[in-house]
Design a protein around this ligand. Structure first.
Ligand code: TYD
Ligand code: MG
Length: 451
């Protein structure tokens, strides 16, 4: 019998009947892999098992222990997870090679506060390499078991034998399941292996961390394919200098706004003690034009960040926005509102926007500072040192209320920044060091005395 095959893109799972050099769906090169479509269909990953045995339970009788969380031993990780590690949770940890995923998870493995055993499965490194890392990190823990293995059935066998409470799998890209075709590293292998492990760990309430490599440029290779199988997706990324950010891209047990901050040191990852200031550039004297500081709200903490803008006349009349830390659609919108409000033209200029330290800014409260940075860049007038702002802009040029104003103003003041321009509200008037405004034009007037 002729084996039927199909070619699947490793990046996005797009299928073609023949090999192509470039994926028509995601544009990636050399990502097609041949996979067999055997006559008996490939076993479907995780064919659903009955979890209830056909018995319903009255709400009042549900086990309240169900949602109990463990302290991971790392406060920043607890915060990102939404208050600790949920029993039985499946957590994907993605990040570029070398960012520190193995280091983070080995530290966690040694510190997580569970009574049971912790199993660290590595398909990436040898026992000697892991031993060397653990010595460098100076970690000891009774009940931390290391398994160097890639075969899924063998991993499941060990899980069955030692019954850990936490599993760490480094990495999903090395999993090999004999039931999912002959070639290791295929899309099928990845999906099937992860599903087998996850359905196993779920059933036995083992919390599992699945490490996944993410290719440069943020394209999620394997992880995209298994995102839906896990409860939480964490991304480990590089920010300012040696600062690493851990953020949740999906979290069934908490908010996705939290960030955890670490620095990579000689003896492993260290939690950042003063996160408010890690992204702040300390400057003496006057600011250059194009710079505005904002107290932003990321998850449950305030961070002071510096937004930088540069405008240059557009060649050929076609203006463009270059901004990868703040959504460029948002930059265009704020520039359009500024142009409409002040008459200063942005539409014939190229706009570059950056955020110092490389943190991505999603907080809507950054609109006002972004407007200040753009206006300052375009007119060549600097902001007075120490001034900050927080507020959302409407298309009509109003400064709209934003969350946690009191905490933002306080965080700025604690770090020596004052005043903070904020949206007018009954509360705003009572905040020391705050200047409440209703409209963007009014805000610009407060700073530059005109506009
Ligand atoms: P690693 O955890 O191996 O990254 P990943 O698993 O994401 O590929 O760590 C990568 C880098 O961190 C490596 O280049 C060495 C550095 N490092 C330190 O600076 N200090 C340390 O204590 C450790 C263990 C690693
Ligand atoms: Mg690693």
């Amino acid at each position: 019998m002729k084996r039927r095959t199909v070619f699947v893109c490793r990046e996005c799972s797009h299928q073609e009947s023949r090999w192509l050099g470039r994926c028509p769906q995601c544009g990636a090169w050399n990502t097609f892999q041949e996979e067999s479509l055997s006559a008996s269909p490939t076993p479907q990953p995780g064919s659903p098992k009955s979890s209830s045995g056909g018995i319903s339970i009255p709400l009042a009788a549900l086990d309240p222990q169900e949602g109990t969380r463990w302290d991971t031993g790392l406060a920043e990780v607890n915060q990102v997870l939404g208050g600790g590690l949920v029993r039985g949770a499946g957590i994907l940890v993605g990040g570029e090679p070398g960012i520190g995923k193995s280091t983070l998870l080995l530290q966690l493995a040694a510190q997580v506060k569970t009574a049971g055993r912790v199993l660290y499965v590595s398909g990436e490194e040898s026992a000697a390499q892991i031993k060397m890392r653990s010595e460098r990190l100076k970690i000891h823990r009774d009940g931390l078991e290391i398994l160097i293995e890639t075969h899924v059935p063998v991993i499941l066998g060990v899980l069955e034998k030692i019954k850990p409470t936490v599993l760490i799998l480094d990495s999903i890209q090395t999993l090999y399941s004999p039931d999912a075709g002959d070639v290791p590293g295929t899309v099928n292998q990845l999906k099937f292996g992860c599903q087998e492990i996850l359905s196993w760990t779920k059933e036995r309430e083992i919390a599992s961390f699945l490490i996944a490599h993410v290719t440069k440029g943020g394209l999620i290779a394997g992880p995209k394919l298994i995102e839906h199988m896990v409860d939480t997706v964490l991304m480990f990324e590089e920010a300012a200098g040696d600062v690493r950010i851990l953020r949740a891209a999906k979290n069934r047990f908490g908010s996705v706004d939290e960030v955890g901050l670490f620095t990579m040191e000689e003896h492993g990852l260290v939690e950042v003690a003063n996160p408010e200031t890690v992204f702040l550039v300390r400057r003496e004297g006057d600011l250059p034009p194009g710079i505005a500081v904002a107290p932003l709200f990321e998850g449950s903490r305030t961070l002071l960040v510096e937004i930088q803008a540069l405008t240059v006349p557009a060649k050929g009349g076609l203006s463009r926005v270059y901004s990868d830390r703040i959504d460029s659609g948002r930059v265009s919108r704020v520039a359009a509102v500024l142009e409409k409000t002040t008459g200063v033209r942005f539409s014939d200029h190229d706009i570059y926007v950056n955020v110092a330290g490389g943190i991505r800014v999603a907080d809507p409260g950054a609109d006002l500072a972004l407007a200040f940075a753009l206006y300052s860049a375009r007119t060549g007038q600097s902001l007075p040192p120490g001034w900050t702002s927080a507020g959302e802009l409407s298309l009509a040029g109003e400064v709209r209320p934003t969350t946690h104003l009191r905490r933002r103003v306080k965080a700025a003041a604690d770090l020596g920044f004052s005043p903070t321009i904020i949206p007018a509200s009954p509360e705003a008037g009572s905040l020391a060091g705050a200047i409440p405004v209703h409209r963007l034009s009014e805000a610009l007037k407060k700073v530059w005395g005109k506009a």
